[in-house]
Write a protein that binds this ligand. Structure first.
Ligand code: NAI
Length: 281
């Protein structure tokens, strides 16, 4: 696998494109928004500068890495030569189902279709295509160039061959793949999101303020950052979408998003990406 198409150039898509290009792959970065692509290119360039300062990459590599990423606003053009597609578009089931139906028709037969979804059923996404055995979850963590984990999610029909190829590829990127099965939230978000939601409830009920809640979890539980700051980094809209999938998938009211989270999303306070969430950026 040499040619990788990444669909969606937001928080995650830009990091995924950066990482593949850093490890020598040719990347087609696709987004329906030209502004998102421009922003992604600037983010990648500034994150490369940070890696140069930290001596993770050499300054001479910078232009080569950027040169390996081409951008497309036309999905059909962006996927037609791909060996692997990693979809990192908005966490919305309808968006993903129609994208997979479309890309399945436009890319070569051998192409593996991966989704970076945080919670949406891989089995359902696969069922929108004619190649369910070649559809898999490849769940990177934020920030992608830094975080080691890739949660590899096997849908009901995902073949062992597809799983083995994606696992090997994750290792080529210096990541540690962990194989899990396809149930709501998989492992990472099934455990993480109820904690974040509970932290938001703790704030909502006036038990403590933002600083206090995050400090308790940092100093008391040795978490590198508090749950409210982490929610800001993930994006509050993404957190809400994942909780809705857990709520719908398990039918248990304990997963329902806290009303404060819902209000903040409606008000456009989405966390770091919008400049304001539980903290100001
Ligand atoms: P984001 O909101 O930052 O970016 C999403 C991008 O997708 C936007 O630029 C949007 O224009 C684009 N997009 C929407 N529909 C499209 C379409 N039909 N074709 C092409 N581009 C389209 O979202 P983010 O945070 O990057 O999340 C992307 C995916 O990654 C979601 O599935 C999310 O659940 C998952 N994820 C997010 C993490 C996080 O920390 N934010 C962590 C791990 C996974």
């Amino acid at each position: 696998m040499q040619r990788i198409s990444v669909i969606g150039s937001g928080t995650m898509g830009s990091g995924i494109a950066h990482t593949f290009a850093q490890y020598g792959f040719d990347v087609a970065l696709v987004d329906i928004s030209a502004a998102a692509l421009t922003k992604a290119q600037a983010t990648i360039a500034s994150n490369l500068d940070r890696q140069i300062k930290k001596e993770i990459i050499a300054e001479t590599e910078r232009e080569d890495i950027l040169g390996r990423i081409s951008t497309y606003t036309d999905v059909d053009k962006g996927v037609r030569a791909a060996d692997l597609i990693v979809e990192a578009a908005t966490e919305n089931e309808q968006v993903k189902l129609s994208l997979f139906e479309q890309i399945d028709k436009r890319c070569p037969q051998h192409t593996i279709l991966a989704s970076n979804t945080s919670s949406i059923s891989i089995t359902k996404i696969a069922a929108a295509t004619q190649r369910p055995e070649q559809v898999i979850g490849m769940h990177f963590m934020n920030p992608v160039p830094v975080m080691k984990l890739v949660e590899v999610i096997k849908g009901y029909s995902t073949s062992n061959d597809t799983t083995n190829k994606v696992t090997a590829l994750a290792m080529q990127l210096g990541k540690v793949p962990v194989e899990v099965n396809d149930y709501p939230g998989f492992v990472a978000n099934r455990i993480l999101m109820p904690m974040i939601n509970e932290a938001i409830y703790t704030l909502y009920e006036g038990v403590a303020d933002v600083e206090a809640i995050d400090t308790v979890m940092k100093l008391g539980m040795a978490h590198p950052m508090g749950p409210l700051q982490l929610a800001d980094f993930i994006g509050l809209d993404v957190c809400q979408a994942i909780l809705q999938v857990l709520h719908g998938g398990f039918g248990n009211p304990k997963y329902a998003p806290c009303p404060l989270l819902v209000n903040m999303v409606i008000a456009g306070k989405l966390g770091k990406k919008s400049g304001q969430g539980f903290y100001t950026y």
